[in-house]
Design a protein around this ligand. Structure first.
Ligand code: NAD
Ligand code: ZN
Length: 360
């Protein structure tokens, strides 16, 4: 047995209002007075002075407002990198992502692409990144993806939807300020929260499970249940708990893997642009045969929160489109192996996936 030796986020600050300390945290990392910090900020905050007035801009630091409407694409990552290189003489001192998984992934990918040549699509895969990126900081404003702690940045490229998984990908610093999540719309709070719930179920039910993953997964699941089943209001305590659930869920899958819902959700995302959180919900809703207890509990949460899970998204697709989704899903071998073991190909055939997608 060879064990993986994986890197962790080396610095983290947690607490309501900890965002106010961002300036003192990053300033010592400034490499040169003309070397800016670039803040990649979800454009949902463009007119939100409560948040933007606290971004500690100095010298030629810059805010780039980025839309989260589409998930990150390699061509946008390359474009942002090229713009930054063209505008500034010096390499930036740091890239700071403020937003959901979309902004966090952009920040990681741009930081890496400032020091690695070529296109980000060249690095989609495992351990293809060769050079350390510039200093990068993640500040989540919605909880669930675990992108703040993971070793990947998920990108849609010309040929595949796959992350840049590398030892250089994790953030150098994370700021966990649960107060930043207070304005998340209810349905989005649920979809992204369920991403975390599904991480736990897929990790805890997987064949890759070990005590490391289990200890984080169980804690995360307990926090998710508290937030989505036991509590009736979305209060400050829920914001704190869901933020830590996301962290622990990410830690759990770091040393195990996700499973069937994620594999199939990647297919939906690649073909239809379905976003990760809601895509996972659409898929998970139909996975009773793989995760009977998890899916039953998920349905209870859906009912309690009166959230609509879209159905019929695959209704009008043609054979070619189904094949594209199926190929993307089948390509994610470690996810299937984790879910069903080494012999997964005996049960997971193209026909099987087609029949599942047809239900969605
Ligand atoms: P997101 O970042 O796309 O945000 C979802 C929506 O919530 C957006 O409309 C956004 O503008 C809005 N929003 C975010 N914070 C808000 C706030 N405080 N107030 C009001 N609105 C707010 O969604 P997400 O679910 O966090 O992230 C999904 C992305 O994360 C996908 O691209 C997925 O591939 C990626 N992901 C990455 C990893 C990883 O390990 N790197 C893991 C899981 C998912
Ligand atoms: Zn996920």
């Amino acid at each position: 047995m060879r064990y993986r030796n994986f890197p962790m986020v080396p610095r983290i600050i947690f607490g309501r209002g900890s965002f106010n300390q961002l300036g003192e945290i990053i300033e010592p990392k400034r490499t040169h007075k003309d070397s800016p910090f670039i803040f990649i900020v979800d454009d949902v905050f463009k007119d939100n002075k409560w948040l933007t007035s606290r971004i500690p801009l100095k010298n030629n630091d810059k805010i780039l407002f980025v839309s989260a409407e589409d998930e990150p694409k390699t061509k946008y990552v390359d474009q942002y990198r090229d713009e930054i290189v063209a505008e500034f003489e010096q390499l930036p001192s740091g890239i700071i992502g403020i937003g959901g998984g979309t902004m966090l992934d952009y920040a990681k990918a741009i930081a890496l692409m400032l020091t690695n040549p070529g296109s980000s699509s060249d690095y989609q895969g495992w351990d293809l990144v060769k050079n350390q990126g510039v200093y990068h900081v993640g500040i989540p404003t919605i909880s669930g993806t675990g992108a703040e702690v993971s070793r990947t940045t998920v990108l849609t490229g010309p040929e595949k939807k796959l992350g840049m998984n590398s030892d250089y990908t994790p953030f150098d610093q994370v700021v966990l300020d649960p107060e930043l999540t207070k304005g998340v719309p209810d349905n989005q709070w649920f979809y992204t929260g369920m991403d975390c719930y599904i991480h736990c179920i897929e990790s805890l039910d997987g064949t890759y499970l070990n005590t490391f993953s289990e200890s984080y997964g169980e804690k995360s699941l307990e926090l998710c249940r508290n937030v989505f089943l036991e509590k009736d209001v979305r209060d400050e305590e829920s914001q704190d708990k869901l933020m830590m659930a996301s962290w622990h869920g990410g830690m759990s899958i770091a040393y195990s893997q996700v499973g069937v819902a994620h594999a199939m959700s990647y297919g939906l995302g690649y073909l239809l642009g379905t976003k990760h959180g809601v895509g996972n919900c659409i898929v998970f809703n139909q996975l009773e045969e793989f995760y009977p207890e998890g899916v039953a509990e998920f349905k209870t949460m859906v009912n309690k929160h009166q959230v609509e899970i879209p159905e019929g998204v695959c209704k009008n697709l043609n054979d070619k489109q189904f094949d594209i989704m199926i190929d993307v899903a089948l390509g994610l071998v470690p996810l299937w192996e984790n879910a069903l073991g080494k012999d997964w190909q005996k049960t997971i055939t193209k026909d099987k996936l087609r029949s599942l997608y047809e239900k969605m």
